[in-house]
Structures are given as structure tokens and as C-alpha cells.
Design a binder for this molecule. Structure first.
Ligand code: NAP
Ligand code: SF4
Length: 672
């Protein structure tokens, strides 16, 4: 009996036995498009070595018009097949199984050549799609089947047919996007004809002994989405057409409901998979916001699914199952669902990586090798940069001492974890603390390291972080002005608040101050009320009116730039923060001049001509006006002639964020 009995038990799909019930969900990493197939193979092989039961690749285009963007990878030539063969060979050599996802993007394809059932433009794409005629539909089906046949040639154990998230197959299913009046539209039987035909033809192309995963949308979260009866009808039809297993899809990409962000409760949608399970004979896979072996095991042990899909957690830790299966679950680097280095990168055309694990997709380039000689290294500052540097250096065999004047490790991560919706940061700090213990780093907490303390070391890394910027707004005596640090550490704040600065921290602080009770992230029912998510068996598409709680305070969130606050937040998560504050009635204003803080409030005006002067009647002003690097120690070391590396916020405060800090720290520590 192991701790994760259900998760670690094998399962057989269409004659292919998987060693456990974890599926590494499809992610577009951008690696294939680099053309460096050694790197692609290394990425997937690392996850196979780490125990993934079934890996699903990033979406491969079946043809040019179906690619997510022009030039998207697919199996178009013999050379492509040979390249993919390198990947499948590497995964098989590591004892893994791998299926290729076939992704036809439909009207989401970022291209003027995109095609769809009807010529209805998506709200998230600038390109109106071309409506396919009969021959065009046949071509799409044939191309998808051909992609499946080529996947077999390339050595894959099967394919995943992407039928959810609002892509091509999903677009046929609902009147939201399918207004056809021929045999491919109208009645549900007609609308589901295309996905069912695709599955049947893909099964023929694969033969009987390959895995066919069908990703089915269980809740569309768009107007005129599928009813639950339709979902079940489709599930049974694709089962009959040859699917081996059904993977869960949640929400279209254009949905205005978050589905995977960190503020989404863990395992938020598993009740849908559980409801599907008894309706079909083939296994079902749960998905979305599953990020620990305990959550995964719980889902399986409760009979809610037969397998569990996790995608981003495999970026954060390629050895997820290897650790879970050997009593080392606490060592799994946690995915905090931030999207900062994965999806935000993908949508900015950058290579995917991971905030917690900068080696993700950089396996062949960022190599942590044993260090030469026994050397003593001092790291000052136990925030994300300092902790990463210390752990990496110790992992290379160096003798590391980590100083921090605080009595606990974590730095600004300890502030982030106070913010509602950022509860995952608790696990991240816990993981760092455990890794520090395990790696043998000597911790000198409660110790302000000075030049003399650092003289005897062979290497010094300064990771002293940042100090909050004081914007120098004139303030009358008696006015209450706090920094974001005071607030997140629990300082009393009045019922009316102005937040000065609308960057990442200004938004975090506004959400913290607006929250009337327990974080909805910890209460699935409250979170669903907040975002207007209904059971799809009660409401078509699972959408209902949102019923957000009223804010705990009256809040103004301000910035000087004459633009909408929040424009620079994360590409895939900024809209969630803006929508959360809007729903709470927070007043977000750009183009503001801060004239004076008085007992009666914050005097402001607007624009260069200082128009519309007014006093915002607030009790408290909270400063979130960015950061300055904390460089006193670095400057003193320089003056004393002591060479050192400066990393994280102490190096560049302008973009203080854990992603850059951790990446830089690991790279510096890898070269000591
Ligand atoms: P930021 O994103 O650079 O925002 C700073 C804000 O302060 C801006 O809205 C800026 O807008 C304003 N500002 C700058 N100088 C000012 C001045 N002299 N007077 C008045 N206002 C001024 O910085 P941040 O919010 O501190 O976040 C830093 C980074 O950390 C971001 O990349 C963010 O994503 C990340 N982050 C970190 C945490 C954390 O807990 N550590 C949390 C969330 C996000 P105007 O210049 O227009 O006024
Ligand atoms: Fe998870 Fe964030 Fe890493 Fe993406 S960047 S895998 S969301 S921890």
C-alpha cells in the first residue's frame, strides 16, 4: 500500500497500459517551433523519467488553416515525422507513454486564413473566419485523420483530439458559433456530426491499439453553450466512434470566467467529471487546478474520475510522480497557477518556462552541474532570489550560508500569500523552507549580515530585495499613510481607502482591502457565485448572473499614467484582477496627480492641466508606488573591494517579480 494508491495504480486504454493515472496535459511550449528537436525530446523525456503516466504533447496543427498561429508546428513532412520520432523514442526510452494532441484552432487561429462552421468572428481574435463549404469540411476531417496516421508513424502511443475550449470541433457543437442550415448545423445531431466523424476517422487512422483521448467541453461558459444532455449525448457518441478515454475541457478561451488561474479554487470543476463518469463506459479524466498528489489522489479515491490531468505542475516539477511515489511528495515544487512564465510567455510569443522552475523548457541550456572544489558561499536575503540561489548552490555541493534579518524565510512571498486568491504562495514558501532544510544550507535568520560577516566567504550573493518607493506626496500631520507592507502585515485600515499606484501590488492590496470575508478561492460555491458559474445541468453552458459580494471598503485605485489601470498586469490574468475589482465597485482612475494628503482625504487633480481638483474622502492612503533596489549592502561590499553577485530586486527593482528573481538566481548559482 502506498500513500497514493489510486494515483499510482496502472490503467489500460485501448490495450496500452499506463503505469499510473496521471496525464500530463497538453501545453503549447513553443519548443517545437525553435526547430531544436533535441531540446523538445529532452523536455518530454524529463517528464517521462519523472513518472508521467501519459504525456500529451502541445497541440499540433492538422493543416495550415487550423494552426493556432501561422507556422504552428504539425506533422506535414517526412522531416517532421522524423523529428517527432526523436521525441517518442526519448519518452519510450524513459519508460513513458506519449500521445500527440491534434489541435485545429478553428476561428481562434490567429490568421486571416482561419476557418469555422460559420463566419462569426471570435471576440478574442481580429480575424473573421471563412465559413467552410462541404468540401472544406471534408478536407478538415481528412487532414485531422492524416495527422493521426502520421502520429502513429512517428511512434506516438495515440492522439488527443482537442474538442473543447472553443476550438474548431467545439465550434460546431453550439449555435453560438454554428449557424449552418446544412447537415453540419441545425439540430444537435447535425451539430455534433463533425466531432463524431472526426473521432471515427481518427480511430480508423490509428488502428485499434492506440489511445484516442477526446477532450470534451463539460461546461462552455459562453452564451448558448451546450446543455448537459448535449454533453452526455456527445460523450456517448464519441465513445461509440472509438474514443478510448474522455478528458475534461472547461470553458472556452473567450469565456469571461477564469478556469485555471491561481484564484480558481483547487479541483474547482471535478464535480462535472464525476457527473459524466457514470454516463459512459470508457474512463474519464479530471482536469483544471489540480496541482498536488493529495488533490489528485482525493479525486480518484472519491471515484470522481479514472485519471487526473495536470499540465503546469509538470513544468514546475518534472519529477512529480517519481517524488510522490517514493515518499517525497513534500519535495514537489508546487505550481502556483500564476501563468507568469508559462501562458503569459506563450501569449507573448516567448518560450514557455516556469516561475518556480526556470529549467522548464530550458533543460539542455540551464544545467545544474556539481561545482568544483569545496567552497563557502554566502547568500544575503531569503526572498525568492536568495532562497533559489542558496538551494541551487547547495545542490551543486557548495557550502552555503543564507542570511536574513527577518526571522522567517520568504521575503515578499510572505506578503503575496496574504492576498485573497494567492493562497498557493503558502505552499511555495513551505516548499522553499523544506528545500532549504533538506539541502543543508546553514540558515542565519534574524541576522543582518554586514561586510565583516561576509569577508571570509569564497563567494557572496546579495539578494537584499527592495524598499517601497515613497512618492513624496505632501501629507498633513494626523493623516493616515501606510505602505503596502504595513497593510499586508495587518495594519488597521479605515473604511475608505485610496491606493496610490495601480501596478501588481496596488491591485493585490485593493483586492486584499476589498475582500469582505474568507477568500472565495477557498470556497467553491462562493467562487461560483462571484463569477456566475452554474451547474451545466441547470443552465445551458453553465453561465448565470454573477453575484459578487459587496466590498468591505470604499476603495479608489489610482495611477498617474493616463490609461486604464491594470494594462501592464499579466497577459492571461490581468483581466481577472480588473474584473474582480470592478465587481467589488473599486473605482479605478488613471491620469491622477496626487496633490496633498489631509485629514479630510487625498486631494487629487487630473491630467497635465490639473483639471477636476477634488478631495477623495478617504481615511487611509496606501502607497503602492513601486520599489527601489535595496543596495546598501552591495554598495558597502563594493567599497570594501569584495566581489559579489547582485540578484533579484536588489539588482533591478523596476520589474521586481519572483519570476525574474528566481531565474536570475538559478543562473548565477549554476555558474559559481
Ligand atoms: P509596478 O507594477 O511597477 O507599479 C508601480 C505603480 O506605482 C504604478 O502603478 C506606477 O504608476 C506607480 N508609481 C511609480 N512611481 C510613482 C511615484 N513616484 N509616485 C506615484 N506613483 C508611482 O510595481 P509593483 O506594483 O510594486 O509591482 C512590481 C512587480 O511585482 C510587478 O511586476 C508585479 O507583477 C509584481 N508583483 C509582485 C507582488 C509581490 O507581492 N511582490 C505582487 C504582485 C505583483 P504611475 O507611474 O502611472 O503612477
Ligand atoms: Fe505554474 Fe506559474 Fe510555473 Fe506556470 S509559471 S507552471 S503557473 S508556477
Amino acid at each position: 500500500m502506498t500513500e497514493y494508491r489510486h494515483l499510482l495504480s496502472p490503467i489500460t486504454l485501448s490495450g496500452v497500459t499506463l503505469r499510473n493515472r496521471s496525464l500530463m496535459g497538453s501545453m503549447h511550449t513553443g519548443l517545437e517551433e525553435t526547430g531544436d528537436w533535441g531540446r523538445v525530446a529532452a523536455f518530454y523525456a524529463a517528464r517521462a523519467e519523472g513518472g508521467a503516466g501519459l504525456i500529451v504533447t502541445g497541440g499540433m496543427a492538422p493543416n495550415r488553416e487550423g494552426g493556432v498561429f501561422p507556422g504552428a508546428a504539425g506533422l506535414f513532412s517526412a522531416a517532421d515525422i522524423a523529428n517527432h520520432r526523436r521525441v517518442t523514442d526519448a519518452v519510450h526510452a524513459a519508460g513513458g507513454r506519449i500521445a500527440m494532441q491534434i489541435l485545429h484552432a478553428g476561428r481562434y487561429a490567429y490568421s486571416p486564413d482561419c476557418v469555422a462552421p460559420s463566419a462569426i468572428k471570435s471576440p478574442i481574435s481580429p480575424f473573421p473566419p471563412k465559413e467552410l463549404d462541404e468540401a472544406g469540411i471534408e478536407k478538415q476531417i481528412a487532414d485531422i485523420a492524416t495527422a493521426a496516421a502520421r502520429a502513429v508513424e512517428a511512434g506516438y502511443d495515440g492522439v488527443e483530439v482537442m474538442g473543447s475550449e472553443g476550438y474548431f470541433l467545439n465550434e460546431f457543437l453550439v449555435t453560438h458559433t454554428n449557424r449552418r442550415t446544412d447537415a453540419w448545423g441545425g439540430s444537435y445531431e447535425n451539430r455534433m456530426r463533425l466531432p463524431v466523424e472526426v473521432v471515427a476517422r481518427v480511430r480508423t487512422a490509428l488502428g485499434p491499439e492506440k489511445i484516442l483521448v477526446y477532450r470534451i467541453s463539460l461546461i462552455d461558459l459562453v452564451p448558448d453553450g451546450s446543455t448537459w444532455d448535449e454533453v452526455i449525448t456527445l460523450a456517448r457518441a464519441v465513445q461509440a466512434a472509438g474514443a478510448s478515454v474522455l478528458n475534461t475541457g472547461i470553458g472556452w478561451h473567450e469565456a469571461r470566467v477564469p478556469t485555471i488561474a491561481t484564484s480558481v479554487p483547487r479541483a474547482a470543476f471535478t464535480d462535472l467529471t464525476a457527473r459524466l463518469r457514470p454516463e459512459v463506459q470508457i474512463p474519464v479524466i479530471a482536469s483544471n487546478r489540480i496541482n498536488t498528489p493529495d488533490v489528485a489522489e482525493g479525486i480518484l479515491a472519491q471515484g470522481m474520475a479514472d485519471m487526473v490531468s495536470m499540465a503546469r505542475p509538470w513544468l514546475a516539477d518534472p519529477a512529480f510522480i517519481a517524488k510522490a511515489s517514493t515518499g517525497r511528495a513534500g519535495q514537489i515544487a508546487p505550481c502556483i497557477a500564476c501563468n507568469q512564465a508559462c501562458l503569459d510567455h506563450t501569449f507573448s510569443g516567448k518560450l514557455t518556462s516556469c516561475l518556480v522552475n526556470p529549467r522548464a523548457c530550458h533543460e539542455t541550456e540551464l544545467v545544474i552541474a556539481p561545482a568544483a572544489g569545496p567552497r563557502r558561499i554566502a547568500v544575503v536575503g531569503a526572498g525568492p532570489a536568495g532562497m533559489t540561489a542558496a538551494i541551487t548552490a547547495a545542490g551543486r555541493g557548495l557550502d552555503v550560508t543564507l542570511f536574513d534579518r527577518a526571522t522567517e524565510v520568504g521575503g515578499q512571498l510572505n506578503l503575496a500569500k496574504q492576498v485573497p486568491g494567492k493562497e498557493e504562495f503558502h505552499g511555495l514558501v513551505d516548499w522553499f523552507r523544506a528545500e532549504l532544510d533538506r539541502s543543508g544550507v546553514i540558515l542565519r535568520l534574524g541576522t543582518e549580515a554586514g561586510v565583516e560577516d561576509l569577508r571570509g566567504f569564497d563567494g557572496v550573493i546579495v539578494a537584499t530585495g527592495v524598499t517601497p518607493r515613497d512618492p513624496g506626496i505632501p501629507a498633513d500631520p494626523g493623516s493616515q499613510v501606510l505602505s503596502y507592507i504595513d497593510v499586508l502585515q495587518g495594519a488597521a485600515v479605515g473604511p475608505r481607502v485610496a491606493v496610490v499606484g495601480a501596478g501588481g501590488i496596488g491591485f493585490d492590496v485593493a483586492e486584499f482591502l476589498a475582500e469582505p470575508g474568507a477568500s472565495p478561492t477557498l470556497d467553491r460555491a462562493a467562487w461560483r457565485r462571484e463569477w456566475g458559474v452554474a451547474a451545466p445541468w441547470d443552465t445551458r453552458g453553465g453561465l448565470t448572473a454573477a453575484r459578487p459580494e459587496a466590498a468591505a471598503r470604499e476603495i479608489w485605485l489610482l495611477q498617474r499614467k493616463p490609461e486604464k489601470p491594470g494594462r501592464k498586469l499579466g497577459k492571461t490574468t490581468g483581466w481577472i484582477h480588473r474584473a474582480t475589482l470592478q465587481a467589488r465597485g473599486v473605482k479605478m482612475l488613471g491620469g491622477i496627480n496626487y496633490d496633498r494628503i489631509g485629514a479630510d482625504g487625498l486631494a487629487v487633480s487630473q491630467g497635465p492641466a490639473r483639471e477636476n481638483p477634488q478631495v477623495l474622502p478617504v481615511d487611509t492612503v496606501v502607497l503602492c508606488a513601486g520599489q527601489e533596489p535595496a543596495r546598501a549592502l552591495s554598495d558597502a561590499l563594493t567599497a570594501a573591494g569584495i566581489a559579489h553577485h547582485r540578484i533579484g530586486g536588489a539588482d533591478v527593482a523596476a520589474e521586481l517579480d519572483a519570476k525574474r528573481a528566481i531565474d536570475q538566481a538559478m543562473r548565477v548559482a549554476a555558474t559559481l
